[in-house]
Design a protein around this ligand. Structure first.
Ligand code: SAM
Length: 244
């Protein structure tokens, strides 16, 4: 399985600080994946609790295997599940861009919050600002078709979605930290090929073209090797708002 925690290592503490979880908070972590942010929130909510929700049983299984105190997990679609209205804080690290009906889904997350409850998100800025999302498909001679990771990249669009869904005017803080693909080019190569879209692009190529693309990918990953591992430029927004 692709290791998001490693990929997002430079975002971890920024997001944790932005969430500013209080000791007694009841927190909902949306699209919690393997649960790193869920566990971080629980470490801060020392008298509270954290519920991680995800649609992927596989990721939740991994998360449950690393259970920690005050954490529980739920397999459900966060866009529609009735969470009740008791949460103080809804958080998500790159887990809220995939909803088909963004306004409807954020309306549902608003209903999960008590009046005045907070929403703290980390979402990708547009593809053009994210080297990882431009360079890898370019090198493989194609384009990634899934635009959903960037669905909340435009501030005006996101502001409109959130305010229509019943949140206060959001604030946006830019975070420009690299993403990490591995300690060296060979590990990075294996990791990138675990991602769905690069693999799909290679599958579409004939044998010779696929070999050429693999060689080009290896060369590009070698070009991005630094003392901190293989890094690509990336940019995200920390979005913060409250339930009206
Ligand atoms: C890019 S991953 C981020 C995972 C995790 N937040 C992290 O930072 O490691 C996006 C996650 O959102 C989950 N997801 C997508 N749509 C969802 C939905 N409608 N309800 C709940 N989870 C969803 C996916 O299964 C995936 O685990």
């Amino acid at each position: 399985m692709f290791d998001y925690d490693a990929e997002l290592r430079f975002y971890r503490e920024r997001f944790r600080a932005a969430c500013a979880v209080q000791a007694g908070d009841r927190v909902l972590d949306v699209g919690c994946g393997c649960g790193q942010t869920t566990r971080d929130a629980a470490s801060d909510a020392v008298r509270g609790s954290v519920l991680g929700v995800d649609v992927s049983e596989r990721m939740l299984e991994y998360a449950r295997g690393r259970a920690s105190e005050r954490v529980s997990y739920l397999l459900a679609d966060a866009a529609t599940y009735d969470f009740g209205g008791a949460f103080d804080l809804v958080i998500s690290r790159f887990g809220v861009m995939f909803f088909e009906d963004l306004i409807g889904a954020f309306g549902n997350l608003r209903r999960a919050l008590r009046p005045g409850g907070r929403l703290a998100l980390l979402v990708w800025q547009p593809r053009a600002e994210n080297e990882w999302a431009r360079v890898v498909p370019e090198v493989l001679g194609g384009e990634f078709r899934d635009e959903s990771p960037f669905a909340l990249g435009d501030q005006a669009v996101t502001r409109q979605i959130l305010t229509t869904a019943g949140f206060e005017e959001p604030t946006f803080t830019a975070v420009r930290e690299p993403i990490y693909y591995g300690p060296d080019p060979e590990a990075a190569y294996e990791n990138v090929l675990r991602l769905r879209e690069p693999q799909a692009l290679l599958d579409e190529l004939g044998t010779v073209a696929a070999q050429r693309a693999r060689d080009a990918l290896r060369a590009t990953l070698a070009d991005h090797e630094t003392d901190d591992g293989v890094l690509f430029g990336a940019a995200a927004w920390l979005v913060h708002t409250r339930r009206n």
